[in-house]
Write a protein that binds this ligand. Structure first.
Ligand code: CP3
Length: 355
């Protein structure tokens, strides 16, 4: 299988020289794009969009048609995995994701099993193949899944939460039950990511959105340990190309050294960490991905450029060259972002010298 024509994203992850610093955006296909809203309307709702391989492929490509991005990310959601485990995912308009059957009872937790992705998640694999075909080796395709702890937060809470009361009660009062959920979910995520790789994903990323809500000790025991297990179980290469794994724990900056020891190839950082400090802390151990505050994109174009350059200069000052960096936002792009502001970011990052 030939490398993508623009392989700067993979080159950065392999720590090879790049012709420009690669850039993609978390949630790059989403509601800030009018064409996304139009396709979602045609699908009926968000879940129908995820479950149609054709429409998921269409929205994956929308940000790439508009912008000179260096990677595509599979359009789906992290909550498809608990849905496939039988929890009954639905979206209440304006209220985010919900589960019909939250996991609170010991019996239900004991009955939990890891679904075969080729059966219960075949629609994601169909989308993955359709996207690879449509990309025609222009840029690499990123596959993804939620971290076991982040998925467990939604599974136990039954949806989003401000205080994580139910899962934290379980964590402290019945850690055995939470470990059982995390163990089954890790098996599910490992098989799911491997299936994405088998169907064309060229790098994979674990989104640990809520690991940062834990104490350091609980993070290691309930989040990082399971991500480490997943990374160890992933296919390391396909068709002669290495498949890099990226771990992103929002709010995990304090634990960067431990995350870098997990076996992953790259660590995603939110905006609370200085990228130069992060580079000094991990050296050549892992590649870094990040970390512009998504809210910077509300500011005028010249300020967006200046803020991006500050991050790039900080990274540069902490090493010899610009290898080992993938530029991204520190979290998902806001639905209120003016689409034309993304152009200012791309221009600034792509103009930055690579040596
Ligand atoms: O990056 C991409 O473009 C790929 C698509 C992607 C989506 N969700 C699409 C989506 C990815 C990588 C995700 C991951 C995801 N989903 C995470 C982890 C990353 C993060 O943001 O922290 C989480 C926690 C979820 C769960 C989830 N899905 C929530 C909380 C919501 C509601 C958010 C909201 O703003 O209402 C979703 C829905 C969702 N997933 C949307 C998109 C584009 C918006 C749905 C819509 O069109 O109405």
């Amino acid at each position: 299988m030939p490398r993508p024509r623009n392989d700067n994203f993979l080159r950065a992850l392999y720590r090879q020289p790049v012709t420009r610093i690669p850039l993609w955006l978390m949630r790059q296909a989403g509601r800030y794009l009018p064409e996304y809203c139009e396709t979602r309307k045609r699908a009926g709702d968000f879940l129908a969009l995820c479950k149609s391989a054709d429409l998921a492929c269409e929205v994956t490509l929308q940000p790439l048609a508009r912008y000179d991005l260096d990677a595509a990310i599979l359009f789906s959601d992290i909550l498809t995995v608990p849905d496939a485990m039988g929890l009954g995912l639905y979206f209440e308009t304006g209220e985010g994701p919900r589960f019909l059957r939250p996991l609170r009872e010991e019996l239900a937790i004991n009955d939990l099993c890891a679904p075969d992705p080729y059966d219960r998640l075949a629609y994601v694999l169909d989308a993955t193949r359709a996207i690879r075909k449509a990309l025609d080796n222009s840029v690499p395709l990123i596959g993804f899944a939620g971290s076991p702890y982040t998925l467990a937060c939604y599974m136990v809470e039954g949806g989003g939460s401000k205080d994580f009361r139910h899962i934290k009660t379980m964590l402290y009062a019945r850690p055995d039950l939470l470990h059982r959920i995390l163990d089954v979910t890790s098996q599910a995520v490992t098989a799911y990511l491997n299936a994405q790789i088998e169907n064309g994903a060229q790098a994979v990323m674990l989104f640990d959105t809520w690991g940062g809500s834990l104490s350091g000790a609980a993070y290691r025991e309930f989040s990082l340990a399971y991500m480490r297990k997943i990374v160890a179980g992933l296919h390391k290469e396909r068709e002669g190309e290495k498949i890099p794994a990226i771990l992103f724990t929002k709010g995990g900056g304090l634990w960067l050294e431990s995350i870098a020891e997990s076996g992953c190839d790259a660590v995603g950082l939110d905006w609370t960490v200085d990228l130069g400090d992060a580079r000094r802390r991990v050296g050549d151990k892992v590649v870094l991905q990040g970390n512009l505050d998504p809210n910077v994109l509300f500011a005028p174009p010249e300020i967006i450029a200046r803020e991006a350059e500050k991050i790039l200069a900080s990274y540069q000052a902490a090493g010899d060259d610009m290898t080992g960096l993938v530029f991204n936002l520190g979290h998902g792009i806001s639905q209120f972002t003016p689409p034309e502001h993304v152009c200012a970011l791309l221009k600034a990052v792509h103009a930055y010298p690579t040596r």
